[in-house]
Structures are given as C-alpha cells and as structure tokens.
Ligand binder design. Structure first.
Ligand SMILES: [Zn+2]
Length: 305
C-alpha cells in the first residue's frame, strides 16, 4: 500500500478524490465551479493541483490542502498519505516515534503530523439513536511539589483528584445485524465536573432527539430532561444493567482510551486529549457488529458469547 503512494501526482489525485467526491469546491467561498491553472496554453504556468475559483467576486486560488490541517505543508503528500494509512491500519494508533521511523521524518514532525491527521478524522455530527454517556479521567498524577497536600479526600472545596475529567458519549449500534457499523463516539475534555460544562459538551455531542443513558451522577440526571428520553443505572448500588438500559459500551470506550494511552502513546497531554479522542473514536467506529457466537460448554450446554 505504501508503494501506491510513491508518485506525488497520484497522491494528489487520491486526496482530491477523497476531499471532493462530488467535484471541486472553493476553499474560500464554497463555490463549486473552478478551473485548473496547470498547463494552460500548453505551458506550465502554475504548479499542478492549483485551481482558481470561477466565482466572480472570489477568484481565489486553492489546492486540495488549502484551509485544511494540511494547509501550506512542506511535506510531500506521499508522506501525509503514508502517515494516514499507518495511523488508520494500526488498531490502537501509532506513536510519533514509530511514525517517524516508518516515514523517515523527525519525531517532532511526526508528532505534529499525528495531530493534523487526528483533526482530519474528527467528526462533528451529533449522535442520535441511543447515546450512552459516562465520565473519564485523563492524565496521571502530577509531580509532587514542595507544599503538596494530597487531593482532599472529601475535604471541603478540594477536588478528589487532580486528573483532568472528560465526558464520553457512545452511540449504540443502530443496526444489530452482523456486519453493521458499531456506532460512533464523541468525547471532550471538560474543565470541571459542573453541570454547565457537561451541558456544553452534551449539546454538541448528542442530538436532543436521542435516548440518553447514563449512571446516577447528578449532573447527568438534571441534564437528562433536555433529551427525548433518559434512563439511568445506579452503579453505586452495583446495578449495572436494567434490561436494555446500561452504559457498558461507554465504559468499554473509556477502557479503550486507557489501553491506547498505555499501549501506544504512554502519555497524552490533557489539552490535546480531544484530538486523541478523535482518533480513538474513529478506530471505534470502524468496528462492525460481529453478533454473538454460539458455543458449547464442556458439559454440553449451549451458551452465546
Ligand atoms: Zn471562491
């Protein structure tokens, strides 16, 4: 696959086909008509891949990377496409050091490339259907400082942990037949565990027509009224499922985040965590429903697993 990316023009055609499946769109005004500036009057006046908008008031020149995370890149497109390929074909992501080795660029370059690519795989549409929400903490214990006192164990006015909280929304697969898509996720870092922060993330991530499922956390409970339906499970009372009501796949996504961080990245900065959530969510959405495989136990009993 990497060999396919060797030719620079071929890479550009691939990228253009991905970015503009229905024809070129001007990056400045969104106008659909444009002309190629390359090879005009049989003389190469401009670099290949440069287009000009045909909108009379706009007339701006653009390429496939204009106003994207790849804007004004000095790296060849083959490096970008190979990087994207390596990132997407690894199940739990790829660290910048491994990416640098594979692409022949420096580690800081690979690190920045990773973030641009994560920005590109992000999705914005709000989740509909059944959306399960849960909290998550990212980051590790900060280094102890001189006047350090452990985070208050219930001491008034002090947070219980110094880690950064995040909010996760996971869509239940709309179609449970084998081979269907396994649903999408949205996740974002929040400043604190307040209702306003939870509200900010949820309005963006989840459609008001969705059926919300959460645990008993009181901010979720009070926000649930904004959605068409809201069910909770009481985790403190060790009740994890009530028929179809559970948030187990949200917990599953949280665990995938933890495994990805400990397995591939080792550390993620809380202020960049949203980008990592993009990537992990993309990997998550690429799974398919495999259904339940029937299996016979040693005693001959039929179980599904
Ligand atoms: Zn334009």
């Amino acid at each position: 696959m990497i060999r396919v990316f060797q030719d620079e023009d071929h890479c550009r055609y691939l990228l253009e086909a991905m970015a503009w499946p229905k024809g070129r769109i001007c990056a400045a005004c969104g106008y659909r008509g444009s002309i190629a500036l390359m090879g005009r009057q049989n003389r190469r006046r401009a670099r290949s891949g440069l287009y000009q908008c045909s909108n009379g008031v706009c007339r701006s020149q653009f390429t496939v990377t204009t106003r994207t995370p790849l804007h004004a890149t000095k790296l060849p497109l083959r490096v970008w496409l190979s990087g994207l390929w390596l990132m997407l074909q690894s199940d739990k992501g790829i660290s910048s050091i491994r990416l640098a080795e594979a692409l022949g660029v420096s580690q800081p370059t690979a690190w920045r490339m990773g973030h641009a690519l994560r920005l590109m795989v992000g999705r914005e549409q709000a989740l509909d259907g059944v959306a399960k929400i849960d909290g998550l903490y990212v980051g590790s214990k900060p280094w102890r400082e001189m006047n350090y006192s452990p985070p208050g164990r219930g001491r008034k006015g002090e947070p219980k942990t110094l880690k950064t909280p995040a909010l996760v929304a996971v869509q239940r697969p709309p179609d449970l037949s084998v081979g269907a898509s396994a649903g999408e996720t949205r996740a974002a870092v929040i400043e604190d565990l307040s209702e306003s922060e939870a509200d900010r993330v949820l309005t963006e991530a989840v459609d008001p027509k969705a059926h919300l499922m959460s645990d008993e956390w009181k901010e979720f409970v009070s926000l649930g009224g904004a959605f068409s339906a809201h069910d909770t499970v009481h985790h403190k009372a060790r009740k994890y499922a009530r028929g179809p009501v559970h948030i187990n796949s949200a917990e599953g996504f949280n665990d995938r985040v933890r495994r990805t961080v400990s397995g591939a990245f080792h550390h993620i900065s809380p202020h960049l965590a949203d980008l990592y959530f993009n990537e992990i969510g993309f990997h998550w959405s690429q799974r398919v429903v495999t259904g339940q495989a029937p299996r016979r136990t040693r005693k001959g009993r039929q179980v599904t697993k």
